[in-house]
Design a protein around this ligand. Structure first.
Ligand SMILES: *Cc1c(COP(=O)(O)O)cnc(C)c1O
Length: 427
């Protein structure tokens, strides 16, 4: 554009026009169903004592039946958040104070804080630069006598390599929990993410593919683990009375119960999941094609056996110039009204709670419980790939931000390419 004023006018016009549609999966179906429940006046069916109502209301039970069929999982346990589901999974597998759980630094903080809530110690393995999921090759060397479990995360919408993790787990008698919060409906070797390990599950919070406001679904094939997870959901210490449950370890419970309204909404949302994913994949296809000809930009790698649901479309910038100024690229796009890119993902090991090793009280608990914990280091450098991705290569397109149409994505790609080339010329 020769004339600067004209260029500016066009830019302003463009940003006014650029109104992406809100991502909204709720419609009349949910509204009608919620009305029916409100009219009954009974919004939760849970009672904290052993018996029929220990497992929740009618809608909760129906949802769990429905979800376990849809995910081909023997047991489904619903929660008032996926964080609650993760905490219950950690408790159910019997994490004791000072036990170590190997996890990944590329996840939402709840994956690691769930470990801390049972006084376990998170140990961070590095990530695979192609998928951003836990690098299964970096896990085994972290196993020691205190290691009890692996918490892997299906980050951005595809499964981690669960076969490798289960092989390591079987070798050292560990349990594996999959945090599939961002990958509802993603498959690995024909099975849904979240059902390939001892425990797994999805989030139903407002920012995910499907939601009920706040909620989560936990899956397992193991009857005893399911019972323990259900006890922890509903005041285990009192609910256990009258049950035939005899293992009391970690059985100080919570109120992690899902209400009837949220359960009914979730049941409807689940029926929409596959069409939401289909649309998402079409958008990802366009992005793949549009970005194919940009040198120095790598489009998402889908691991063999996986299908991807693209919660985030995660790019890697290898162009030496642009990767130093990816913040500028993101800012320029923001100024064009495209505010759904992120140049960073949190490296959890660098958070103050781990840097200072203070979780509960002031004396380094739970790290101070054994030498392995005391000697554990979270210093910068322990996860070189994760750190390099954050500082240099990673660029995420948050596809959940709006209800994008194919044309939106095409226009976005044109703008992206223009700015990319401008930056190459001007820096
Ligand atoms: C959203 C998310 C969570 C937490 O789920 P909530 O339902 O908000 O508690 C945990 N892990 C990951 C990877 C997530 O994306």
């Amino acid at each position: 554009m020769k004339h600067p004023l004209l260029a500016e006018a066009l830019r302003v016009f463009w940003s006014l026009k650029m109104k992406f549609k809100k991502f909204n999966t709720i419609n009349k179906q949910e509204i009608d169903e919620v009305k029916k429940i409100l009219e009954t006046g009974t919004l939760s069916g849970f009672v904290a004592e052993w018996g029929h109502s220990f497992l929740g209301g009618e809608r909760v039970k129906k949802l769990e039946e429905f979800a376990s069929a849809q995910f081909s999982s023997r047991y489904c346990i619903s929660y008032n958040s996926w964080t609650s589901g993760l905490i219950s999974a950690i408790g159910a597998i019997g994490i004791s104070p000072g036990d170590q759980v190997i996890t990944t630094p590329w996840t939402m903080s709840a994956s690691a804080s769930a470990i801390l809530h049972f006084n376990g110690v998170p140990v961070f393995a590095d990530i695979d630069e192609r998928t951003f999921c836990i690098d299964t090759n970096s896990v085994e060397s972290l196993v020691n006598e205190h290691t009890k479990a692996i918490m892997s995360v299906d980050i951005f919408g595809q499964s981690a390599n669960t076969e490798n993790l289960m092989r390591i787990a079987n070798k050292y008698s560990l349990k594996v929990i999959s945090d599939s919060a961002q990958a509802p409906g993603a498959m690995r070797n024909g099975r849904p993410a979240g059902t390939l390990t001892h425990f797994g599950g999805i989030s139903l919070n407002y920012h995910k593919h499907i939601h009920c406001g706040e909620g989560g679904l936990l899956f397992t094939e193991d009857e005893n683990l399911a019972l323990r997870a259900r006890l922890l959901r509903n005041h285990a210490e009192v609910s256990i009375v009258g049950s035939d449950h005899e293992n009391f370890n970690n059985m100080v419970g919570f109120n992690f119960r899902l209400g009837e309204i949220e359960a009914a909404i979730t049941a409807i949302q689940l029926t929409k999941l596959s069409s939401i994913i289909d649309k998402r994949r079409q958008l990802a296809n366009i992005l793949d094609q549009e970005f194919a000809d940009i040198a120095g930009l790598i489009t998402p790698y889908v691991d063999s056996g996986n299908t991807h649901v693209y919660y985030v479309y995660a790019l890697r910038i290898t162009d030496k110039k642009i990767r130093r100024i990816k913040d500028v690229l993101v800012e320029r796009l923001r100024r064009e009204g495209m505010d759904f890119l992120d140049p960073k993902y949190e490296n959890l090991h660098l958070l103050p709670v781990f840097q200072k090793k203070i979780a509960f009280g002031l004396n380094g608990f739970p790290w101070n419980l054994n030498d392995a914990g005391r000697n554990l280091s979270y210093k910068k450098g322990i996860c070189p790939v994760a750190e390099r991705m954050q500082d240099e290569e990673y660029l995420g397109i948050y596809l959940n931000a709006y209800d994008f149409e194919e044309d939106d994505i095409k226009i976005f790609c044109q703008t992206f390419k223009k700015i990319w080339h401008d930056l190459q010329d001007s820096y």
